[in-house]
Design a protein around this ligand. Structure first.
Ligand SMILES: Cc1ncc(C[n+]2csc(CCOP(=O)(O)OP(=O)(O)O)c2C)c(N)n1
Length: 447
């Protein structure tokens, strides 16, 4: 046998990936529904493989694979609008909207942006990078649509941590300005670190209620029968029967959003049926879905914080290369912890970035003087001011780009009221891989 003969007999054609056939959302609609789990697997494999080389937001994207498939199956972008909070969870949407061939260039010089970007694709109707912007921007789109008299769907995709952010409530307070508006609350119980505060506890209460699981089953039944004309009536009956008992304040409904869920955010058929139903509703609705951050990749499930966003890693173990020198954040966190051993007045504050700012070291050493206040930069700055009025010595550890949110507090509260808040400002200057939304270029100018 010649050499070439031998290679011919041993060549095995790799099985065609369904993902390679997806060039636009229309291709997802063309697949058979029972093939969609295979597409989800292809997407997960691609995320894990490519990000092991480029780095990026692995955990959040592994958690929204089924959600993104269902959204593109039911809605029609670019006519319909998907507005993602932060938009770090938009990688799968990028793959499905003509950018798969450039996916490996993400977060590299000249490559795809790591967040949604209006100039990158007509399917990215709104860019972001900072948290809490989706509901307000989407509400503006919905009201604009109503004024124009068109009928496209506006769908917000926001994580549970987006609801620790004040702007989200400013938007909810105005939701009555539109009739048709769909919000997907993607609840995985994690911000970058574990989500914190009363809202996180509230979501958890809904989810762990035994009676609510019963409602969940009922919800599934009604979604399964939505083709029938009694669906809406049944939905309301189910709600009246159970919801008031379990969620006394019916939080979202007080704002004017009809609440559905919680449902399994990894169940593709259920998500599809639910979106088909929600699409027909003539009132603002919120669908609460439960997902697992890092789903399908064991290292990311075990360490959601590390795998929220990271650099290169080894696929088999999830190991990353150790940093050769300690980072600024690490030095800050450890030094503050050391100072606090002897200075009882020292307190430290982070706005949802304990590991990024190095305060996780402080948190371990002095938990009673450590405050993670959620994604709340304005509140964090004011809270620090209040602590300062009590003679305490607050250190606010914060990224330059996120302190932009608290610009007003730096003048109106810290400076004019002469309150001694120490800022440990991290990530100043140009941010290479995260791109323009994360540059910290203005701090020297305005401080
Ligand atoms: C104003 C602002 N502060 C902090 C951050 C850093 N940040 C990026 S994603 C994230 C957590 C987002 O959690 P969630 O919205 O629940 O989405 P998940 O990643 O869990 O899917 C944080 C704190 C940010 N992007 N914007």
């Amino acid at each position: 046998m010649t050499k070439s003969d031998s290679s011919e007999t041993t060549t095995v054609t790799p099985p065609q990936r369904l993902l390679d056939g997806i060039h636009s959302p229309a291709d997802i609609k063309a697949l058979r529904e029972h093939d969609l789990p295979q597409l989800a697997q292809d997407v997960r494999d691609e995320l894990i493989r490519v990000l092991s080389q480029t780095g990026g937001h692995l955990g959040p994207n592994l958690g929204v694979v089924e959600l993104t498939i269902a959204l593109h199956r039911v809605f029609n972008t670019p006519r319909d609008r998907f507005v993602m909070d932060v938009s770090h969870q938009g990688y799968v949407h990028k793959m499905f909207t003509g950018r798969l061939d450039r996916f490996h260039t993400m977060r590299q010089f000249g490559g795809l942006n790591g967040f949604l970007l209006r100039t990158e694709s007509e399917h990215d109707c709104y860019g972001a990078g900072h948290a809490g912007t989706a509901l307000s921007a989407a509400l503006g789109m919905a009201v604009g649509r109503d004024l124009k008299g068109t009928d496209e769907h506006i769908v917000v995709i926001a994580g549970d941590a987006a609801f620790t952010n004040g702007i989200s409530y400013e938007a909810l307070n105005n939701v009555c300005q539109t009739k048709r508006f769909i919000v997907v609350l993607n609840d995985n119980e994690w911000s970058i670190a574990k989500n914190v505060g009363a809202i996180a506890n509230y979501f958890n209460k809904i989810v762990t209620s035994e009676m609510y699981s019963h409602l969940h089953d009922k919800a599934r039944q009604f979604v399964e029968t939505i083709a029938g004309k009694y669906a809406v009536e049944l939905a309301h009956k189910v709600e009246e029967g159970f919801k008031g008992l379990i969620v006394p304040s019916v939080f979202f409904e007080e704002f004017g959003l009809r609440y559905y869920g919680p449902i399994d955010g990894h169940d593709i058929p259920l998500l599809i049926r639910t979106f088909e139903f929600l699409k027909t509703q003539q009132e603002p609705v919120l669908l609460h879905i439960l997902t697992k951050k890092g789903k399908g990749y064991e290292p990311a499930i075990k360490q959601p914080d590390k795998f929220h966003g990271l650099g290169k890693y080894k696929i088999e173990s999830g190991e990353t290369a150790p940093t050769p020198t300690p980072t600024y954040s690490e030095i800050i966190g450890k030094t503050l912890a050391k100072f606090a051993d002897t200075n009882q007045k020292l307190v430290a504050i982070t706005a949802a970035m304990p590991s990024g700012t190095g305060l996780s070291h402080f948190a371990k050493a002095h938990p009673e003087r450590y405050f993670d206040v959620g994604i709340t930069e304005e509140h964090a700055a004011l809270f620090a001011c209040g602590l300062a009025t009590q003679g305490l010595t607050p250190f606010l550890a914060i990224y330059s780009t996120f302190f932009q949110r608290a610009y007003d507090m730096s003048i109106h509260d810290m400076a004019i009221q002469k309150l001694n808040v120490r800022l440990c400002m991290d990530r100043a200057g140009l941010s290479g891989d995260d791109g323009p939304t994360h540059h910290g270029l203005f701090d020297i100018g305005y401080l």
